[in-house]
Design a protein around this ligand. Sequence first.
Ligand code: NOJ
Length: 536
Amino acid sequence: MTEWWKKAVVYQIYPRSFMDSNGDGIGDIQGIISKLDYLAELGVDVLWLSPVYDSPNDDNGYDIRDYQKIMQEFGTMDDFDRMLEGVHERGMRLVMDLVVNHTSDEHNWFTERPDYYIWKNQPNNWRSFFSGSAWQFDEKRQQYYLHLFSKKQPDLNWENEELRSEVYQMMRWWLDKGVDGFRMDVINMISKDQNFPDGINGDGTPHFFNGPRVHEFLQEMNEKVLSDYDIVTVGEMPGAATEDAKLYTGPWRNELNMIFTFEHMNLDQGPSGKWELQPLHLPDLKENLEKWQVELFEKGWNSLYWNNHDQPRIVSRFGNDGKYRKQSAKMLATCLHFLQGTPYIYQGEELGMTNVAFMSIDDYQDIETLNMYKEKRAQGVADEELMKAIHAKGRDNARTPMHWDASENAGFTKGQPWISVNPNYTEINAQDRHEEDSVFSYYQKLITFRKDLPVITEGNFELLYREDEEIFAYTRKTADEQLTVYCNFSETPRELPVPKGRVLIGNYPPQEHRDAMQLRAYEAVCFYDNDSKMNE
Ligand code: NOJ
């Protein structure tokens, strides 16, 4: 099998918020089809679709009722086939979201095959990621079922061999249709410690993150399904460390191609979890990304991301979404796209879209946010404090509709959008993408470099200025190419020595360089040298 995905750039579509074609306020497949030229113009190779399957939408499609049916609001299977054709005609590939840690409680398995789920007479103390207990009492059965997410998302029992083979069959059905791979939702949680021990303070994660049989299950899936197709696979894996990542992605292991780590996304949270805000300490981010770059080098493969539908917008998080919005959006892109791995761009990131700050909790739609708000309000936490946390970390930051243009509702819908549009769409939208200094055209260039310069895929990684609290700098080297990347994560200008090579790309107009250069507010610059041996 070729490793085409090592040179690919992936674009994530959150279909509900991407483009609405029929005016019902909900993005749909025809909407995606109408934007395929836009995606081809950006230059991405792979589209990953968040779930488009039939679902009651308790968790926006991550609660699947029927794996082989398209969600009615999104269109039909015919629309899907047209979209797949359109993607392939443009030389791109399509990756589906595979959500098999749980289904919807409305999936017919839940009534017809209760043995596919996890039942107990006595619940343990595990808490759900969406607040409250992870167990729900079922009146009919007089037992509790496990749901690590909402109570409408019962966890599947992977110990059951028949369940596993049904999942594999379903995967083959999609692959035979021609889809090009899977992003696997929380796939490192499918194997639970069968003793179901209590967790410290209700934290069950040590008993199901990277659980006892997870590698066995993934190897089985690989043998029974994945190895027959030339596809890409990426596992979403909260709580996976580099040691785990090597086991999941080492080529000789026959499991997955790459995983999504959460470590770099957790650096700005306090000990009590995601809603406890803490400013980013840049050396922590550098140390973390360095660890993943160095440890997986020739031993596995990284996926590279700042954003997805669960994370706040990166320009508002690690950048400056006011005065330096464009500069910092490009700086963050530079920092990520010259690393080794497969980069993922989340819809709107290529425009420098920002977080949103709705005034009232009533404007929020996300179940995680709403459950947390309800629970904490009941415990007496002030509305103001909670809204602050939601503005910084809530998942709806990423889920407001895509900004296509400055017309009403950002050109996303002719109707009433299912979630309000970020009011800054009149300034930030795709209309200006052809301008030379647009964030979009900067992403286009970064994507092209990955195709042209082997060092981006193959080179080693070395961190520079390790302790520096404002500068993230590194080199990438092969025997005959070298990249040096400088990124200023602050407003403060800095003077740095000029590295070898010529400027490949930067987010400011080039300066005359001699021995030293000024790195301006949120400036990023990458130097390229293709004969490093000669210059030594
Ligand atoms: C991770 C997905 O990315 C998230 O959106 C979802 O809520 C949970 N898994 C449950 O499927």
